[in-house]
Every structure is written in structure tokens, then in C-alpha cells.
Design a protein around this ligand. Sequence first.
Ligand code: FAD
Ligand code: NAG
Ligand code: NAG
Ligand code: NAG
Ligand code: NAG
Ligand code: NAG
Length: 535
Amino acid sequence: MAKSYFSIPFFLLSVFFSSSFAAQTPTQSLYTSFLQCLTQNNTDSTISNIVFSQTNSSFSTVLQDYIRNARFNTTSTSKPLIIVTPKNPSHVQSTVICAKNVNIQIKIRSGGHDYEGISYVNKSPFIILDMFNLRTINVDIENEVAYIQAGSTLGEVYYRIYEKSKVHGFPAGVCPTVGVGGHLSGGGYGTMLRKYGLSVDNVIDAEIVDVKGRLLNRKSMGEDLFWAIRGGGGASFGVVLSYTIKLVAVPETVTVFRIEKTLDQNATDLVVQWQQVAPTTDDRLFMRLLLQPITSKVVKGTKTVRASVVALFLGGAEEVVGILEKEFPLLGLKKADCIELSWINSVLWYNDADAFNNGAKPESLLDRNLNSASFGKRKSDYVQKPISRDGLELIWKKMIELGKVGFVFNPYGGKMNEIPADATPFPHRAGNLFKIQFSVNWDDPSANATTNYLNQAKTLYSFMTPYVSNNPRSAYLNYRDLDIGINSFGKNSYQEGQVYATKYFNNNFDRLVKIKTVVDPKNFFRNEQSIPVHP
Ligand SMILES: Cc1cc2nc3c(=O)[nH]c(=O)nc-3n(C[C@H](O)[C@H](O)[C@H](O)COP(=O)(O)OP(=O)(O)OC[C@H]3O[C@@H](n4cnc5c(N)ncnc54)[C@H](O)[C@@H]3O)c2cc1C
Ligand SMILES: *[C@@H]1O[C@H](CO)[C@@H](O)[C@H](O)[C@H]1NC(C)=O
Ligand SMILES: *[C@@H]1O[C@H](CO)[C@@H](O)[C@H](O)[C@H]1NC(C)=O
Ligand SMILES: *[C@@H]1O[C@H](CO)[C@@H](O)[C@H](O)[C@H]1NC(C)=O
Ligand SMILES: *[C@@H]1O[C@H](CO)[C@@H](O)[C@H](O)[C@H]1NC(C)=O
Ligand SMILES: *[C@@H]1O[C@H](CO)[C@@H](O)[C@H](O)[C@H]1NC(C)=O
């Protein structure tokens, strides 16, 4: 499907002769014809102000503002020919219509947190449709709902809810700069997952611009498309403009704690017991487990693994200490380890405990931290049977040998077990004890460092094979990982799509393909891991 670079000049030739006789490079004429289409298709006489060409002095700033992984901020990273920054829905509609007219692919970017940068990087020529200006949030406490536009960040959503109510919240991700557009269309989870499920389990309406440029809501798009954009990845189906979410109840006081143990402090026993307790305990309790290879402080120079249990309990300290004394004695949780705080402060603490302890205020959730990123790589897995003590010991050994890649274990259970695997495209429900995130960040910009850390992640992923789900080896769409397969949109597009999409969507793949084939049969909305059309 993807037009090759060489097909562009043919088209442009006709534009060239019909519109002007000035000598223009292909990039310039594409810009000219796209802009001409926009001004013709939209009644807004200032619409040209939302378009940035490569030669515009603000181009690099606009591009870099929402780059969230320094791996995709190099001179060799592909750059868009044009960036469009719509300020209202009609701008999005005209952008879709005109990109189709001039036959160029678009990439949609909301918060730019895609772990493989696919919202702003592309192999063939492309336009970025950058949603950051579309960030209206209307919170309606009386009806316990909120309208949130795709370019909002999670931090803005949390803050706007907090402004109106101290006993409402929303179950979504931990990092406040993550964008609504990618996060909600790909699932979305955070510290209230066990009580309230995923973000998409709490979405009741949406607005989307489809391939024909129509602006649709839940009623006019129909239940199939509405189902698909709650976990199937928005970018396969259209441009999501907004979601309407159901707010959830949070107590006035919640509790957080962090307990750390290294191997010489019996971390292995802790992890054995964590696997029994974390996915089965009270669903108000979310105990994330971080595992990191580190240099030991006890025996200087030796390497060890540190296990950190980082938790949110939707209730008071005394109650959670009581629960865990019984269920998780090896944690040794005491009331003095616990901090009681408001839900909004728990969001700040969970995101960055140091900043919280240094006095960070809820207003800091509005900070977009533009143009800041380290290098990073993520991969994901699902664990369905507890990993044995022997298995854990082998895994520690491997982590220490590799040196840098860590894990985040995110417990499931609770509400996740109650929601059927086909209720949304996100299929990883009952039967999964926890999800693993493989995680490595670095600051060294050398190619050697990048190769080295990407290889470490691959090696550890391969090592984990016996301990995780298989047939398919499941993965979480929002932990985008191009290693598990990509699409080249040739004649094997469907088969290529099946490889990665079965890992992300298990048995929901077929329904996603059917919907895709109906709503976008010519595959205008596509990316490296989008849903293919039916062959
Ligand atoms: C620091 C960090 C922390 C994270 N923490 C969590 C977490 O706690 N929980 C969790 O579940 N995930 C987490 N993630 C993953 C995050 O949910 C995904 O990366 C998510 O897709 C990001 O959304 P975005 O809008 O910021 O990204 P983008 O890069 O803008 O978009 C991601 C994908 O969605 C598409 N897309 C974006 N906007 C739209 C739109 N309006 N319409 C249609 N398609 C669109 C893009 O084209 C791309 O394919 C984290 C990521 C990072 C980098
Ligand atoms: C923009 O293009 C669409 C699709 O061709 C068309 O339906 C619409 O009327 C156009 N809008 C204007 C203002 O010309
Ligand atoms: C860059 O593009 C913006 C948006 O179209 C426009 O407002 C601005 O004048 C342009 N700047 C230059 C130097 O061309
Ligand atoms: C680790 O476990 C052993 C055996 O159960 C016990 O004797 C020891 O005190 C524990 N060490 C720590 C630091 O808890
Ligand atoms: C991208 O690279 C430029 C230097 O070329 C730097 O100024 C900018 O801060 C970097 N941004 C990110 C997000 O890495
Ligand atoms: C490149 O990485 C390898 C593997 O970690 C390391 O042994 C080597 O010293 C590195 N080379 C440079 C030039 O940094």
C-alpha cells in the first residue's frame, strides 16, 4: 500500500503545471499543493498557520517538543515533510482529506510517548498530524463523566478532576505526560487497575475523524468501531479527537509505600510470595514490583538484584498493614513505612517520590516537560504460572550478567478477571497473574551503547521464554515493540499483521481485521504495526 518515494514526483508534476511555473523541489510542491487543498477545503482563512514546512524556523522545535525517546532524535531519524497542528476538529477533517488528496501517509501524534516513536517516524514520506493543541477537558462531577480531547495529557486529566472533586479519579497511566490519544486507544493501565480495570473499561463515548473526513461519535460510528478504538490502537482506524470517560470513586485518604530488598536480604523469597499475593489480594491494593540489577552496598563491588515493592492502597495505612501482615509476612510492612495522602498526591508520589517529598504540588501535573527524553527500550510479557524459586534464581543470574535491563512486574487479578477477553480488543484478562515490562534507559548517545542495550533486552527476552505465555507469546500494545514483527504492506500484509497483532490481541485479531476492512479498506491509516485489511 505504501507509496514509494519515487511515485511522488509523478503526481507532483501535474500539480506543478497546474498551479505554478516556479521551479520547486518535490517537497516544496507537496507543501504547496497540500496547503492549497487545505485552504480550499476549510472555511478558516487562517488555516495556513497550522502548517509547518521543513524550512520553517519552528519546524525542529515543533517536531522535538513531543519526542519522548532520544533514540528517534538523531540526524539519521526520518523527518516528516510537513507537521500539521490542528486547533479544531475541522482542521483534522481537512488534514485527512488533503493528505489523501496529495497521496501522502499521515502519522498521528498525541503525547509522543510511543516506545518505538512510530507516531513521528516513518520509512516513506509522511506528514505528522500533531494533536497537542486539542486538549479541552470538561469534567462533569454531577454525572461523573469527563470529555477529554486526545491531545490532553494524563496529568491534565487528573488535575482537572482534582480541581472539581477530591473523591473522584480515573484509572490510567502513571506518567503524567503520556497523551490521551495513544494511551486510551491502546488500553491504558495504572495503579487502580485491580479495582477498576483499564482506562478503556471506563470509556463511554468517543469522537473520531474517519478516512472520509467525517466526524463521528459513538452513535454514528457504531459499536464495532467504538469497540476497536478501545484498545485496538486508534491509528489503524482514524484520528481520535476525544474520549468521554466515566470517573471512578477514590477515598479521601489513600496509602502508598515502598519496600526494597536485595538478594542478600532474601529478595527471592519476597518475589516468590509476591507472586501469590499481589494478583489475588484485596482489589484496592496494587503492588508493583521493580527488579533491577545493581551494585551491592553490603558487599562492595558485587552485583545483586534489588526488588522494590511500590504500592497504592485505596484505603488507610492501618487496614493495609493488617491485610499484609496476614497475606504477605515476608514484606514486613509496618505503619511507619506507609504514607497516608490524598489520591492526587498519590499520583505525584507514584510518578516521582523525590519530587513529591521536595514539595511538588498538583499543579506540576500540568507541566508538559517539552523536549526532554533519554534513550530507552521496552518489551512486554505475560506470566500465567508463578515462576519457581529456581527459575527466579536463574533469571537474577542472567540480569546480573547482562547488567542493565530491569523488570517491572504489574499484578493483574481483581477487576481484570471479571471483564471478558473480548469485551475490548485488549485480551489479557483472567488467567494472567502479572505483566512484565522489560525496561532499559540510558543517556550515552553512542551507537555502540544503543546496540549494546537493545541486544541486552533481546537476550533477556529470549531467556524468559520458558516462564511466560506462549501460543501466542502475548504482548501489550502500549509497550510498543517492533522486534515482535512489522508490516511492510506488500502482498503479505495480512500474514505479517497476524504475527504481531495476534500477540497484542490474541483471539480479537479477526474482529479487528473485519472492522478495519469496513472502515478503511484502502489502508490509509497505517503504521508499522497497524491492523491489516482482509486480503
Ligand atoms: C514515560 C512513559 C510512561 C508510561 N507509562 C505507562 C503506564 O503507566 N501505563 C500504560 O498503560 N502505558 C504507559 N506508557 C505507554 C503509553 O501508554 C503509550 O506509549 C501510549 O501509546 C502513549 O500515548 P501518546 O499519545 O503519548 O503517544 P503517541 O506516540 O502520540 O501515540 C502512540 C500511538 O497511538 C497513535 N495515536 C496517538 N494519538 C492518536 C489519535 N488521536 N488518534 C489515533 N491514533 C493516535 C499514534 O499514531 C501511535 O501509533 C508509558 C510510556 C512512557 C514513555
Ligand atoms: C472538503 O472535502 C470534503 C471531501 O471531498 C467535502 O465533502 C467538503 O465539502 C469539503 N469542504 C469544503 C469547505 O470545501
Ligand atoms: C512557520 O509556520 C508557522 C505556521 O504556519 C507560521 O505562522 C510562521 O510564520 C512560519 N515561520 C516562518 C519563519 O516562515
Ligand atoms: C533470610 O532468610 C533466612 C532463612 O529463612 C533467615 O535466617 C534470615 O534471617 C533472613 N535474612 C533476612 C535479612 O531477612
Ligand atoms: C533532540 O536533539 C537536539 C539536538 O539536536 C536537542 O537540542 C534536543 O534537546 C533533543 N530532544 C530530545 C527530546 O531528545
Ligand atoms: C561497545 O560495547 C561493548 C559491549 O558492551 C564494549 O565491550 C565496548 O568496550 C564498547 N566500545 C566502545 C568504543 O565503547
